[in-house]
Design a protein around this ligand. Sequence first.
Ligand code: AHZ
Length: 308
Amino acid sequence: AVDSVPLKSTFDVKTFPIQNGKAKTLEELADKWDHGFKFAPIRESQVSRAMTRRYFKDLDTYAESDIVIVGAGSCGLSTAYQLGKARPDLKIAIIEASVSPGGGAWLGGQLFSAMVMRKPADAFLTDLGVPFEDEGDFVVVKHAALFTSTLLSKVLSFPNIKLFNATAVEDLITRPSGPDGQVRIAGVVTNWTLVTMHHDDQSCMDPNTINAPLVISTTGHDGPFGAFSVKRLVSMQQIEKLGGMRGLDMNTAEDAIVIRTREVVPGLIVGGMELSEVDGANRMGPTFGAMALSGVKAAEEALKVFEE
Ligand code: AHZ
């Protein structure tokens, strides 16, 4: 009971649980709970400073990025993973509108847990170290969250990748690139998502920006947030109209999404289900191989730009 916990520790915090700057092991801690357990001391402002100093340094560092990935769903995270492995020298910012990264891949279909990937996307799982059951032409991960959390943990471990979540891309930065009003994409305009959601009822909340020679948009199909960049390309008159995502056909959809992953206008690569809105491709429903391999292809397309 809480009452029985001694309020004042008799333990010497200089020697426990941190000794000579080195944390004790959990085994060493195990028999201490009833014998003056105490955390190392802290002042509240230290917590604030530890967080804000890093966040604002990151805002400063990534204001000029090499690549911005818009959307941290299964395709965006797969793209980031490939790029993180291939190019530790590139500065990569991921902008995700939701508080929780991962997009629609935390569950399989219909709120069932397992995730299906058709071959040859099993190669991506093997590379990532996610176990699966082999069912012949497709494989099954026991829980989609195992895929998303493993992918996320690897992406976040790369020192050259920063995820800004709870942050929405509100617009694209452009530069003139042709005689007839053509532009190339040169970065993104961002805002905290809660601010983005209140432009209609609060005045003047100006955005932030990130300059980057390459943006990779993977914001999913149309919906409350999805297909952001390609819809903007239409209103900016860079593409005439969207093809509109077609009905579900797993066989057609997955091949099409991977094959069509490309630079849609200069400086903007589109991957994942956002692409189905550009080209009028089918949806595939709850099978995720195309998201992983569209990510691999998007990364390859991006690497070509940096090798040029
Ligand atoms: O929050 C969105 C999600 O996490 C994020 N996003 C959207 N608009 C944004 C914006 N700024 C920042 N303006 C934004 N972030 O983008 C992420 C998209 O993830 P997703 O899982 O929706 O897309 P995906 O293409 O990676 O995966 C699609 C998965 C689907 S949908 C589908 C079907 O409907 O048939 N089948 C599959 C496999």
